[in-house]
Structures are given as C-alpha cells and as structure tokens.
Design a protein around this ligand. Structure first.
Ligand SMILES: [Zn+2]
Length: 106
C-alpha cells in the first residue's frame, strides 16, 4: 500500500488500544505522517470496547477558532480522580470513536 499524499510505501504498525486485547492495524507514512486504520481490525477493537459500563451524553463545546472541547462532568472527575493539567493519550480507532487513556497508574 502506498501513501495517498506522497506515494511512499506505508508502514504497517499495530496499535495497542487500552482495554482491548485485539490490536488495530494501521498504515503510517514515514514521510508525511499520513495515517489510516485498517477497517477490519479497528472494527474488532471497537466491538470489544463496546461492552464498557459507563456511557454519558456530552456536547462538544467551542474553545477557540478551530479548537473544540468536551467537559468531564463531576462524576467522571471523581471516579477517575482527574486533575487539571493531567496528560491523556488520545487515539481514534475509527471515524466514530475517540478513546482517551489516562497516563497515571491506578
Ligand atoms: Zn506520505
């Protein structure tokens, strides 16, 4: 497979998604940072993660010109012990999911 932007040969990289046993196969361009997920493997991971106990409806808010944000409500903050400035890893397994992984050890 080649990059859609620069035609460089894409690297196959398996991405570990927190909470899922399956890994997502991704294709990454070493030159221009083009990135895509292999649809079958991401579907598997998303299905695995679907059995998550907590689901909350939230609205996306506008932060500035081209930045959007989302609030964590008090329940989530309390149950996860979140603090301002904490770092999270964000991954996007497909076009309908955003996954946040906390960096701290619990
Ligand atoms: Zn490229």
């Amino acid at each position: 497979m080649e990059c859609k932007n620069c035609k460089t040969k894409l690297k196959e990289i398996k991405v570990k998604v927190y909470g899922a046993k399956n890994k997502v196969l991704s294709y990454q361009c070493p030159k221009c940072h083009y990135f895509e997920f292999e649809p079958e493997s991401s579907k598997k991971v998303v299905e695995e993660l679907r059995e998550t106990p907590l689901k909350i409806k939230q609205s996306i808010i506008k932060l500035s010109q081209d930045r959007l944000g989302i609030y964590f409500n008090a329940n989530i903050v309390r149950s996860l012990g979140l603090k301002k400035g904490e770092e999270v890893l964000l991954s996007v397994p497909d076009k309908k999911h955003i996954l946040l992984e906390l960096q701290k050890e619990n």
